[in-house]
Design a protein around this ligand. Sequence first.
Ligand SMILES: [Zn+2]
Length: 600
Amino acid sequence: MSRSNLAAVLCALALTVSSSHPLSAQAVEPIRYTLRFPAPQTHYVEVEASIPTAGRPDVEVYMATWTPGSYLIREYERNVEAVTASNGTTALAVEKSRKNRWRITTGGARTVMFRYRVYSRELTVRNNWVEAGFAMLNGAPTFVTLPDGGKRPHEVKVELPAAWKGVQTPLMPVAGTATTFRADDFDTLVDSPIIIGNPVVREFTVDGKKHALVLEGDPSLFDADRAAADVKKIVEAGRNVMGPLPYPHYYFLNMVTESGGGLEHKNSFLGMSGRFTTRTHRSYMGWLGLIAHEYFHNWNVKRLRPVELGPFDYENENYVKMLWVAEGFTDYYGDVLPRRAGIATREEFLDGLSNQIEAVQTTPGRLVTPVNMSSYDTWIKQYRPDENTANTSINYYPKGAVIAFLLDAKIRKSSNEARTLDTGMQWAMQRYSGDKGYTPTQFYDVMSEAAGTDLKGWFGKAAESTDELDYTEALDYFGLRFRPTDPRGARAFIGSGTRNDGGRLVITSVRRGTPAIEAGLNVDDEILAIDDVRVRADGLAARLDQYKPGDQIAVLVARRDKLTKIDVMLGTEPGRAWRLEVSPTATAEQKTRLAAWAGQ
Ligand SMILES: [Zn+2]
């Protein structure tokens, strides 16, 4: 359909609807934005929003305070300034009506122009960055909208500075234009990052769908060709797990900076990576793991979501108990996809899974908070960690990933290898994707069906209680074991985290169940000496190596500037007791199952 045909249809629709339901007629009138960068080196984007008023005497617009996938109220409105409104020729009164809302007196105008500038200098995947060479914009921190919800289209026109050649975004281009894009609704606008500048782009096709790897920032040292070839393999591995590619196109938007992180979107992801990422095997594999995780999200959370995650309330926290599936299961597939794609070895795959298990089993908070409540409280805990976080809560990424691993083994075993976790995820996708969303019970039911046995009780223990996870069944099924640790190599252990604060050795965390907490060492204590011999800021580990587990030491600390001597009985370093390896006594049958799951 050409643009003029589309306009005709929309007009006809508006006329039809307006006769019976005037408000709905207005719902199809788009908000049109123009983005300008008159001085990008000052980190500002100028936004002009043309807002339909439906003839109302005043309209209120708002900016989101958070963005989906990153569960913290960010107060994006704090970066907005120079707010004005006009009817095109005459200034209109505009006042702030809430921290993130503005009320415009329309004077009867059918459309008002709302202008503002956004300071854009936070180089994270959930915010904006504008500099002389490029702009990275997200929807939530950039665009105001009307609070009427619904399916109002939003159009974005980018006016390019002379030195910038193009725009890369998963938004649909408006036919006949180079830099104007359209979102069917505000959700889509928020879900579509925009990269403007001169990025390096590598395109490839899978199942007839366009995929683009977009590198902006400083990609001069980034091996784009190799990266695109491996990303393509991950796309194919994901398709083999979850079925047909559900998007019109997909953009891997990768900022080559010295930051990290990634944020999922329906038809794209926005990530950050170091400029040396493709130089070493280790950093490159880490990046491909991030790619696999974020890409798998296009199914798990963006299309198959917990029921609470939509429609979004962009001004308030949205509470959800199932992030251990949305993030944790995605993290499991973040290890699975590179293995299935032939990029990671079986040892690397088992190593990644071991890291997840170790993260769970060495966090004291696993015995305090069930993982579904860690998810629920993520707004106030996981996204706002402090020195006591590890003692009181469990990260739902690793615990969810470990539950996915145990569940995968369980489904394979009880279905006699007829089905796997992939089957459960496919069935969940078929039943609950789109606007439906799933409840915990629905998710447990579909996985029970895949297993052919009722798993509600098992999920209750694994996800809704603080019981220890039981690895016996999964390890036995695949012929795996935790690598035995050598007691002769045991090191003395104190159990506090420290940092070098300008030459001062300061305690940053004290974990439960460690000698440090038993003896009464505190966060913010400055360690000065052990047994009357000074410990320099970078010398604690070397000093502890001079002792054995069970030795008694006297630690001299400065606590709020007062010197105090504290006796500590050293413990044994927990060691790496959670590293998976193939059992030397694995049977042929176990090895066959292991190969079916993790390859040869
Ligand atoms: Zn994620």
